[in-house]
Design a protein around this ligand. Structure first.
Ligand SMILES: CC(C)(COP(=O)(O)OP(=O)(O)OC[C@H]1O[C@@H](n2cnc3c(N)ncnc32)[C@H](O)[C@@H]1OP(=O)(O)O)[C@@H](O)C(=O)NCCC(=O)NCCS
Length: 164
């Protein structure tokens, strides 16, 4: 079992790691292996990291005992013209989360999700959204953290959590 991890706020220099996590999130299905360049050059996914870190961006990084990043959760305020998969409106941040394969199922994802939701609440947001493909077990984690499906799309659901 991996050793313990710590969680810290994300900074501008974490942009490249967030790019890796977008690729992991896009390739969540076992056997999915879309190469990084293919995922991050597609605007649907690149908008989750392009230009990181904007003033309205926020995120958290989980690190192993050596300080190497092993997971991340962050949110962005995407514009209506370039919405994310889980876009609900201009005032609702959308979150993305990913954990390195070796570190999955050890509580990293839940810890990151809780930090990020606490942060969004402290910033005054009333809701936070995400998009999850149907069949991804991550939806179980989201439900247990208070997210509920508000929109069903083609093969994916938009989930939202009320923060107050
Ligand atoms: C989804 C993901 C971010 C969760 O992070 P994690 O660190 O693995 O999750 P945790 O260890 O905090 O587990 C939280 C819950 O998820 C569920 N879970 C975790 N691993 C699971 C697995 N292998 N199978 C089924 N459920 C699992 C459990 O319900 C668990 O609850 P528990 O705490 O009661 O055991 C991570 O697994 C991941 O990066 N997956 C691939 C990319 C992805 O799917 N990203 C999300 C796209 S929407």
């Amino acid at each position: 079992m991996p050793a313990s991890f710590r969680v810290r706020p994300a900074v501008q220099a974490d942009g490249a790691f967030l790019g890796d996590m977008v690729v992991d999130a896009a390739n969540w299905r076992a056997g999915d292996g879309r190469p990084k360049h293919q995922v991050v050059t597609g605007s649907e996914h690149s908008r989750y990291v392009a230009g990181w870190m904007r003033p309205s961006d926020a995120g958290f990084i989980a690190e192993d005992p050596h300080g190497a990043p092993v997971g991340a959760a962050w949110y962005r305020m995407l514009p209506r013209a370039e919405p994310g998969f889980g876009y609900l409106g201009t005032g609702v941040p959308e979150l993305i989360i990913g954990v390195r394969p070796l570190w999955r199922a050890h509580g990293v994802g839940r810890a990151l999700l809780q930090e990020l939701c606490d942060h969004a609440r402290a910033k005054g947001y009333g809701r936070i959204s995400l998009s999850v493909e149907r069949g991804n077990f991550a939806a179980t984690l989201y439900r247990s953290e208070g997210f509920a499906v508000v929109e069903a799309g083609h093969g994916r659901d938009t989930m939202v959590k009320r923060l107050r």
